[in-house]
Write a protein that binds this ligand. Sequence first.
Ligand code: PAF
Length: 274
Amino acid sequence: VLIVKTVDELNRVRASYSGSLGFIPTMGALHKGHISLIKESLVNNKHTFVSIFVNPTQFLEGEDLDKYPKTIEADIKLCQVLNVDVLFMPSKDDIYFDNEIKIQAPFIKSYILEGYNRPAHFDGVLQVVLKLFNIVKPSKAYFGKKDAQQLFLISNMVKKLFLPIEIIPKDIIRDDDGLALSSRNIYLTPQQRNQALAIPKSLLKASNLISNGLVDSIKIKNSIKETLKDIDIIEYIEVVDREFNRIKEIDVKNSIILIAVRVGNTRLIDNIWI
Ligand code: PAF
């Protein structure tokens, strides 16, 4: 893997790669979820670039920017083993300037759910993703369905700004015990992890209820709430369509059930696409 640390160098390197290029933007602490995105890109593109950049503009004051898990050595090793072509690891000063251009994510869809308690979070996500897309110039970019709202807003940006990039969504990867993989899972104590298992359990139960004909969103949310009764804080349980409009009834093949909770100090999200 070729490690590139500046935008100038990336520009030079990029010019020597022709043909389809798959891109996986990350904030590092790579796990099996990222690996599945990288592998998908390796199979379907001539070249694969990965970026690691802990983007300050998507963290709010008081969030875990400084504490965000960093496993750089292991991440590099992983990219080497997988045969990633380029690992792009820019610094903050390489990506951001004084008096920055701000991106405003569509208000109604970005200030709900993940954006409700984190106003402007998605402005920061879109800002950095647009910059990374312009630098890397990928043909395809890969994102996990776990960050469903992020995936929706990025797809929406690509469509509305006519970016010549195909967004490829990939299914959530779970550990053997069912917990969705997340860089933040390492914060959980064994006891907290046990508690957190109620999250996938509640989604599985909801999915079974839906298979048996239940469509009422309130009843589905109540069932999830019941399964999550021992979780410290439930931030939201929501049923939306694939455009992120809240819906009263499940519409099969066009619905997502989303959960955000806190277990101890760790914020966890999960979802299921119905
Ligand atoms: O999902 C993430 O890791 C980040 O939000 C992303 C897309 C890399 C932008 O910083």
